[in-house]
Design a protein around this ligand. Structure first.
Ligand code: EPZ
Length: 417
């Protein structure tokens, strides 16, 4: 039976909501647990499909895993398998993060190509080129990646592009390689810093995350730990854009404002009133906002591609015109056709979308094509007049835990049917 979200739109949002733990931090950190044979407790856990998929992969690799409402417990003392098949890797792009730890620990592994949202080709050439620079022998055959690491060694590696995943893969692999590995032209996303802090809590020695050079000094052994994973900046940004779009007074608890500096700067240019108080962000909006003339997705600290679809939803109802350039992925406008069904005025040319704000969106049957496009349709439904049914919400459940319950806390009329 297909799950759908039924939204009765047009209501302002009022209330306080806690921001969940970061999906894109949890994924590499969960892979990083494989670097030691010990017990781990990861706090701020969130029950979303991508983390469930990663849990299943770790169990196949011999880990024992439990969880309660807010923590994930991982026992890697008996992790003994280094082969991951298609059935598992197809579920989540982040399966690629396992290459590094398995290679470093078992000195050989076989991993099927990763899956993930269909937002583009998502090659892994930068991951593999970096692992080869660390001395790995890699053969790609019949959809599998065969890695051999008898002669792993430290290296100085300049990434062709500041890829988040490739940066994380190489940090994970180099942690157990003797000597000093230097990574340059690395991604600077907050999730990279969270991974560095986690590995150092395990007894690793990594410096420089968040800057454009990371230095990893290899250690012989790592140990288990308890770690508080950071909050999800994309979930926080989605709430902020929902508040800006629907109007009202929204208070986010457990939000890290500096992780959304670019979004907050853009929203501050509009008629939103934003107050930051420690780990709380308050957004008030009570009238139609003016458009943001130009938005360009770029690597951190610039505007994140993971908020592009949600920002587009906001721009569809602003006063004026907005141009959105999606420079990170070649197929990340899946929400456009669906937003147009609701009355949005959007023209797409290649990686550029021109949005002319309309006064009203109208409820419709719309279909999520990927995780963030789905979130964008929820926001549009919350704003639209009448009822919106969002289909294919399994995409949304990959990255948002019980989205209907969270937005109901803010007064939205949204239910899973
Ligand atoms: C991470 O994906 C995130 N996923 C994505 O979030 C996010 O959109 C992306 O970083 C950019 O911020 C996780 O962390 C699990 P990249 P990743 O490698 O690592 C190209 C979400 O919605 N590239 O930084 O796959 C790639 O094609 C997800 O939560 C290569 O060419 O992103 C893309 O154009 C979606 N070769 C660009 O780099 C490679 O080997 C950025 O990709 C790797 C990447």
């Amino acid at each position: 039976m297909e799950n759908k979200l039924l939204i009765n739109g047009g209501r302002k949002l009022f209330g306080e909501v806690r921001v969940d733990g970061s999906k894109n931090s949890f994924l590499p950190i969960m892979a990083g647990c494989l670097l030691a044979e010990d017990d781990f407790c990861l706090n701020n856990f969130t029950h979303i499909e991508d983390l469930k998929a990663m849990t299943e992969i770790l169990e196949v690799l011999g880990c024992k895993i439990n969880c309660d409402k807010a923590s994930l417990y991982i026992d890697t003392k008996h992790s003994n398998n280094a082969k991951i098949t298609h059935e598992l890797t197809q579920k989540v792009r982040a399966s690629i993060f396992l290459l590094g730890p398995l290679l470093a620990k078992f000195r050989s592994c076989v991993v099927a190509y990763p899956g993930g949202c269909n937002i583009g080709a998502r090659p892994i050439d930068i991951h593999l080129k970096g692992l080869r620079s660390l001395g790995a022998k890699i053969i790609e055959k019949h959809g599998y990646i065969y890695c051999f690491g008898e002669n792993l060694h430290s290296a100085e590696i300049v990434l062709d592009f500041p890829s988040v995943g490739a940066t994380e893969s190489l940090m994970l692999c180099a942690t157990l390689i003797e000597g000093e590995t230097i990574l340059k032209n690395v991604a600077r996303e907050p999730e990279i810093e969270d991974l560095q802090n986690f590995i150092n809590t395990m007894g690793g020695d990594i410096r420089g995350a968040g800057c454009d050079q990371i230095v990893i000094r290899g250690v012989k052994k790592l140990h288990g730990c308890t770690y508080d994973v950071m909050s999800d900046r994309i979930i926080a940004g989605t709430y902020l854009l929902a508040g800006a779009m629907c109007g009202g007074d929204v208070l986010l608890d457990g939000a890290i404002a500096e992780h959304n500096e670019c979004l907050l700067a853009l929203l501050n240019q509009t008629a939103c009133q934003i107050d930051v108080l420690g780990d709380k962000i308050r957004l008030r909006a009570d009238k139609r906002l003016s458009s943001i003339s130009e938005i360009k997705t770029m690597p951190y600290p610039f505007f994140p591609t993971d908020l592009q679809a949600q920002m587009m939803a906001l721009q569809t109802v602003c006063e004026g015109a907005s141009v959105i350039y999606e420079t990170m992925f070649e197929n990340r406008f899946g929400q456009v056709m669906e937003l147009k069904k609701m009355g949005a005025d959007i023209v797409v040319k290649g990686q550029t979308a021109l949005i002319k704000g309309v006064k009203t969106l109208y409820g419709a049957d719309v279909f999520a094509t990927d995780l963030r496009a789905g979130a964008s349709l929820v926001l549009a439904g919350l704003k639209a007049e009448g009822y919106t049914t969002v289909h294919n919400i399994e995409f949304i459940d990959r990255g948002y835990e019980k989205i209907e319950e969270k937005y109901s806390l803010l007064g939205a009329d949204i239910k899973r049917i």
